[in-house]
Write a protein that binds this ligand. Structure first.
Ligand code: COA
Length: 280
């Protein structure tokens, strides 16, 4: 089915209660990522990154798919027809927004409502957390149409799965459901589709209560230290905390004050009250 859609319409975005709900919006093409969609997604992320009324970004898909990966016609066939220049441009546009998402200022959650294939693993890994419907279907389908899992997909498999599962997943081209994806570590949790949005909203609301500077430092740290030696990681974490203090030196002092002096919360069991910090 072909539906005329402007570039702007390939992505939907609504903001409610400081949560930005961003959706791949080409349901008739199972939300396959076309160059248009990739360009629009970058614009949307750009617009959301420093908006005061947005604290968390959730990425999901309209219709039955999260995303069926790269658009074989518009991303591969049509750009390849324009030569290397076209291919590299299309790659820059897709890899560009995934990279932006990996290091996004705000916490990000993938809400995988349906099909998730191939190139979809790029944005899946780019999101800090991921929740899937039990009914969702994941697959490195590249081998089924004769290519390797490129665009970072092989790297995502190795980062998130055991060596044996990564190899099996990439070589066999079999799909797995949301439950198996959770068991394998591709997503944090899987739950019935009907409860998915409620659970994601719950998680997003918890994140909204946390210190945003500390959250950004934390999410970057978890990604960065993965490939560092212990000593390098230790040093990096000292520097990052010091850098974070230059943006928000009051946060941790307030956190200590509310525990040690006011005795209004226990850090082991919950978060300090951010609003009191803002009010001081
Ligand atoms: N690229 C281009 N078009 C795609 C697409 C993709 N990745 N995924 C789906 N579509 C298109 C189909 O060609 C079809 O278009 P048409 O209506 O013009 O014929 C439309 O989306 C609906 O797809 P259809 O296959 O009929 O839907 P389905 O619900 O029966 O099956 C999938 C869904 C996701 C299982 C199936 O579409 C599929 O295998 N897609 C390719 C997945 C893939 O290998 N992605 C990796 C790319 S790196």
């Amino acid at each position: 089915m072909n539906i005329e859609r402007t570039e702007e319409q390939t992505v939907l975005c609504t903001v409610e209660g400081r949560i930005a709900w961003v959706k791949f919006n080409r349901p008739e093409k199972r939300n396959a990522m076309s160059p248009q969609l990739n360009r629009q997604m970058m614009r949307v992320l750009d617009e959301l990154e420093f908006r005061e009324d947005v604290g968390v970004v959730v990425l999901s898909g309209e219709g039955s798919a999260w995303t069926a990966g790269m658009d074989l016609k518009e991303y591969f066939r049509e750009t390849e027809a324009t030569g290397l220049k076209g291919t590299r441009k299309a790659q820059r546009e897709s890899y560009g927004w995934w990279c932006r998402l990996r290091w996004f200022q705000k916490p990000t959650i993938a809400m995988v409502n349906g099909w998730c294939f191939g190139g979809g693993y790029g944005p899946l890994f780019a999101c800090d957390l991921a929740f899937a419907a039990d009914e969702a279907t994941f697959g490195l389908s590249e081998i089924n149409w004769g290519i390797l899992p490129g665009g970072g997909a092989s790297k995502v498999a190795v980062e998130l799965l055991s060596f044996r599962n990564a190899m099996y997943h990439a070589m066999m081209g079999e799909s797995i459901d949301g439950r198996t994806a959770a068991q394998w570590g591709l997503v944090n949790e899987s739950l019935p589709l009907e409860s998915l949005q409620e659970r994601v909203t719950q998680v997003a609301r918890v994140l909204l209560q946390k210190n945003p500077i500390a959250l950004k430092a934390t999410k970057d740290a978890i990604r960065r230290v993965q490939e560092m030696t212990y000593d390098n990681a230790e040093d990096y974490l000292v520097r990052v905390q010091e850098a974070a203090n230059s943006f928000d030196n009051e946060g941790r002092k307030e956190g200590m004050r509310q525990f040690l002096d006011d005795k209004t919360y226990k850090p082991g069991l919950g978060t300090y009250d951010l609003s009191k910090q803002e009010a001081r």
